[in-house]
Write a new protein. Structure first.
Length: 214
């Protein structure tokens, strides 16, 4: 078995969505001064590698604590989108990879955008799904969609149409993944367990891929 870490480390200087406050992680105690170590963590529920619940955008939709734990684990596939001609992930691009979706419960979009993490470009013109591509993904029996960018909608979007399409079908969205290039196209499991926060509209996750036959 081999496990791939797909999560960015949370720290005070990490990239955040435009307008969001950066994390504030401070030492409340240290082994040297108190005999134990403890930190205070102050950050958004949508910080770093995180999951969006349908309730993040849609009124009266499900929060993460309403889902059974099996919603956050399952067989997955990776779609290689690192050589896109534009910043749009359209339906033909997905359909040419249709075979790898057959047994997947999670679809991970490897755009290569994680290479801009910790740079000003990260919140720039990253690839996003077209509406018909998002609708097609929602027609599949999947639990969620993950990607290596800060959002499934561009940062200038006010209506967040791709979020709304995915969430109206109760699909999870996992953003700010990394290390997707290390994965095969299929044949692995994806784990993205969130913190069990009451009425959670989102949560940081420790996302990982698990290859059982390696």
């Amino acid at each position: 078995m081999k496990i791939f870490d797909l999560s960015h480390t949370i720290n005070n200087n990490m990239p955040v969505y435009p307008g969001m406050e950066k994390p504030a992680i401070i030492n409340l105690a240290t082994v040297e001064t108190k005999g134990w170590a403890e930190k205070r963590l102050t950050f958004s529920s949508h910080i770093g590698t995180h999951m969006d619940a349908p309730a993040h955008i849609l009124e009266s939709a499900d929060t993460l604590d309403k889902f059974h734990a099996d919603k956050f684990f399952g067989p997955a596939c990776k779609v290689d989108l690192t050589n896109l001609p534009t910043n749009k992930i359209d339906l033909p691009m997905l359909k040419k990879n249709k075979k790898i979706f057959e047994k997947a419960e999670f679809v991970l979009l490897n755009t290569g955008w994680n290479k801009y993490w910790n740079t000003e470009l990260y919140c720039g013109d990253f690839p996003t799904l077209t509406a018909d591509a998002a609708e097609w993904l929602c027609s599949l029996p999947i639990k969620g969609i993950g990607l290596d960018a800060i959002s499934v909608d561009c940062c200038l979007s006010e209506n967040l149409p791709i979020h709304k399409i995915l969430m109206s079908h109760n699909k999870l969205i996992i953003e700010n993944l990394t290390n997707l290039y290390s994965l095969p196209d299929s044949g692995f499991y994806f784990s993205c367990f969130p913190l069990k926060i009451e009425e959670a509209d989102g949560s940081p996750v420790r996302a990982a891929a698990i290859l059982l036959n390696s």
